[in-house]
Design a protein around this ligand. Structure first.
Ligand code: S3P
Length: 171
């Protein structure tokens, strides 16, 4: 039997971190965020890990952080947008529990992502084109692993959290 955690996946800017905080408050479950775990391990923000050690090292640490989580201990698990790129991660996400994919339309995503310059993958000459290309590659991966998909484009984090709990029968 698979785990009982609620696992949030989805592209940058879909609201995984904020929704994860609301879910932890509503359910009383502990929250684990793979970006935070990796950041703590290196003692650096994610953008500096990319700059100093490169994406591959970040991905290795991300896979290790995910692997540390216990399948049998219910939690709110928040992941980075690239977690679905490795097959071993996808297997682990499924083992942890219900996988919820947060989505938003392209316009909304770009507006949210542009608010902060902390996303290393989008520090390119044409961030919008880069975003569109990443979305094209990743959307099938997110959809392939998700048990539930929620459009966050025009709703608050509280509403997203409620919708998640309803859809998985915990509210
Ligand atoms: C990444 C998303 C980021 C972070 C890193 C790589 C990605 O997390 O893990 O910058 O590949 O999409 P968020 O999705 O929380 O922004």
């Amino acid at each position: 039997m698979s785990g009982q955690s609620i696992v949030l996946i989805g592209f940058m800017g879909t609201g995984k971190s904020s929704t994860g905080r609301v879910l932890a408050r509503l359910t009383g479950l502990p929250r684990f965020d793979t970006d935070e775990m990796v950041s703590t391990r290196f003692g650096l923000p994610v953008s500096e890990i990319f700059a100093k050690f490169g994406e591959e090292k970040f991905r290795d640490a991300e896979t290790e952080a995910l692997a540390q989580l216990a399948d049998g201990a219910p939690a709110i698990v928040v992941t980075g947008g690239g977690i679905v790129l490795r097959g071993e991660n996808v297997k682990k996400l499924r083992a942890l529990g219900r996988v919820v994919c947060l989505e938003a339309d392209e316009e909304t995503l770009f507006r949210r992502i542009s608010r902060r310059a902390t996303r290393p993958l989008l520090q390119t000459e044409n961030p919008r084109a880069t975003m569109v290309e990443l979305l094209r590659v990743r959307e099938p991966l997110y959809r392939g692993v998700a048990d539930v998909r929620i459009d966050t484009s025009s709703v608050s984090h509280d509403e997203v959290a409620d919708a998640i709990l309803k859809s998985i029968g915990q509210l």
